[in-house]
Design a protein. Structure first.
Lengths: 283, 288
């Protein structure tokens, strides 16, 4: 009964991953693949090319900055949101559903709205910035070096804090109440209650979220590509691979780049599993 | 005692400010999207600061223009929506057909390599999509199915099966096996049990999984871009919107109407499935 699943996963995922590995060691373009299939001569040139290109290292650094800040930010906002929504209030259900909109909405639609909101000519952010805060010139949020990366990170936090919110809320609901009630009777302050009782119990889900979000953001293509096209210091690794493939038709180079990317990711994962994995989350 | 009171008051007030800020931050972009989709671009250029539009300036021409086929001077979004719809429905239907027996097997049968299979499915989830994109781009070009909705659907199925199995499996686990055992005593085979007993019992979860898969396929962008960018007749809504928004020919408010049309089906489906969806996604997380 798992046969159809296994077949399609092998055909569309496993074989491509292996093939990517092969391609990374070949000097290929579309014509040589059409003529020789997999039988092109093997070479290490692609890896040498990737690793000696300063563009690769700067894109790796950008990816790391982008992933770490987006992950930390979205979890922090998600945590604060989950705590703010912990006690029931009128309209909580509706507000909660609205909170998940950025996460479920189509990425192309929300990136487009952000582009228009941040537009230098008629975007609402620059218009209000000029009117309320006296900005002299409109800020080019998506086209200028330090701003663009910050904007992309803020966007990422906006889009993914609902994910953290969802998971942390699920955990909060399941927390046993009696410990907290006993502590309240003993006169702990709300801050102590959070710091000493609630937060430690949330740590496993927060660490799980950190890993999931780090991996997903590290691999992210859509958001950055759609917002900035990878320009103005926002060329993350996945966008770089895409540009190598589609922009310069360098299949071998793109494959080698993607391979190095997943190797780095695997190292991170390995370190995490080895040293930080919590024994509690053996789901 | 006074520290407790002070903290309670501060946190109490902060909480309301936070809730207000969060709700505005999440909802405003969507409000802005709808607002700009209902006016001609000249109005926006004239009054960029306006947060609401006087009723006499409302227009639905933007929607008419974005939907009409290109030959009639429109942008052809009706056609894009049809493409997206075909791909998303086919993906959801076929994924379910494959994932239902798959998740049943993973949750019920004890076969050799079961744990490896589950681990494999999980690994798929964590792999950089871009790494499989390159060989698929090359391979599908060689097979001649790259520029087709069919090729796109196959990729979507492979991408959504792991998460479908994850969602279905946790629901199937909650159905007591004794129901099935009783049927087995009566002489029913595995497939018959699956079809006659388990599937009807799991229907709520199957429906929400199907809708979730539909949403993923409807929203997807990278493979649509890689496979279909060259042929406008095959564009999905996401691809169409992103391709047209790069240019300057089409007015931004017309495209805003396009992005409302792209978003509405998702909001509707999300509204229908919210509860089961959030439960399915976070299953396991509440155990810590």
């Amino acid at each position: 009964m798992v046969l159809p699943t296994t077949i399609i996963i092998i055909a569309i995922v496993i074989i491509p991953v292996i093939w990517n590995f092969v391609l990374a060691f070949q000097q290929t373009d579309f014509t040589s693949i059409a003529e020789n299939g997999l039988a092109n001569p093997f070479t290490l040139d692609n890896f040498v090319g990737v690793l000696t290109d300063p563009g690769f290292w700067s894109s790796l650094w950008t990816t790391i900055v982008y992933s770490v800040f987006s992950t930390a930010g979205s979890i922090a906002v998600g945590l604060v949101a989950a705590l703010a929504f912990r006690q029931p209030f009128r309209g909580r259900g509706l507000a909660r559903s609205l909170m998940l909109l950025p996460y479920v909405a189509p990425v192309v639609a929300v990136t487009f709205v952000w582009q228009i909101m941040l537009n230098a000519q008629f975007g609402i952010v620059n218009t209000l910035g000029k009117a309320w805060f006296g900005w002299e010139h409109p800020i080019d949020f998506l086209g200028k070096a330090p701003y663009a990366l910050i904007t992309v990170i803020v966007f990422e936090i906006w889009r993914y804090f609902p994910f953290a919110f969802l998971f942390i809320t699920a955990r909060l609901v399941a927390l046993p109440r009696d410990v907290e009630e006993a502590a309240l009777v003993d006169g702990v302050t709300p801050w102590q209650n959070f710091r000493q009782i609630v937060f430690p119990q949330l740590l496993p889900v927060i660490s799980l979220l950190s890993v999931l979000r780090l991996i997903m953001t590290f691999n992210k293509f859509d958001d950055v590509y759609l917002l900035t096209g990878g320009g103005a210091g926002t060329e993350v690794a996945a966008v770089r691979v895409y540009d190598t493939l589609v922009g310069s038709f360098d299949i071998g180079g793109a494959a080698a780049n993607a391979f190095v990317l997943s190797a780095i990711l695997s190292v991170f994962l390995f370190i995490y599993v080895k040293f930080f994995a919590n024994k509690g989350d053996d789901e | 005692m006074s520290r407790i009171v002070v903290q309670k008051r501060t946190f109490g007030a902060l909480r309301w400010i936070l809730i207000a800020v969060l709700v505005i931050a999440t909802v405003f972009p969507f409000y802005y999207m709808v607002e700009l989709s209902l006016v001609p671009i000249e109005q926006v250029l004239l009054h960029p600061e306006r947060l609401w539009i006087p009723i006499q300036n409302f227009t639905l021409k933007t929607y008419a223009e974005v939907l009409k086929p290109q030959e009639d001077g429109g942008q052809g979004f009706a056609g894009f929506m049809l493409n997206s719809g075909i791909v998303a429905i086919a993906t959801a239907a076929i994924t379910l057909l494959i994932a239902i027996p798959g998740s049943y097997a993973v949750s019920r049968l004890k076969f050799f390599g079961r744990r490896q299979v589950s681990a494999l499915f999980l690994a798929v989830y964590l792999f950089p999509v871009i790494i499989i994109a390159i060989p698929l781009f090359v391979g599908f070009s060689a097979l001649g199915i790259r520029e087709s909705l069919f090729g796109l659907t196959i990729v979507y199925i492979a991408q959504t099966i792991p998460v479908s199995i994850h969602m279905l499996r946790s629901y199937l686990k909650s159905i007591p096996e004794s129901v099935e055992e009783a049927a087995m005593v009566d002489g029913a085979g595995r497939l018959r049990i699956l079809w006659k007993i388990t599937v009807p019992l799991a229907m709520p979860s199957i429906i929400s999984t199907g809708l979730y898969v539909f949403m993923i396929a409807w929203n997807e962008f990278l493979f649509a871009l890689l496979f279909l960018a060259a042929d406008r007749n095959l564009w999905t809504v996401s691809l169409g919107l992103s391709q047209l928004s790069n240019g300057i020919e089409v007015s931004k408010t017309v495209l805003m109407a396009g992005s409302v049309l792209l978003t509405i089906p998702i909001i509707v489906l999300y509204g229908l499935t919210e509860r089961s969806l959030t439960e399915g996604l976070t299953s396991g997380a509440d155990k810590g």
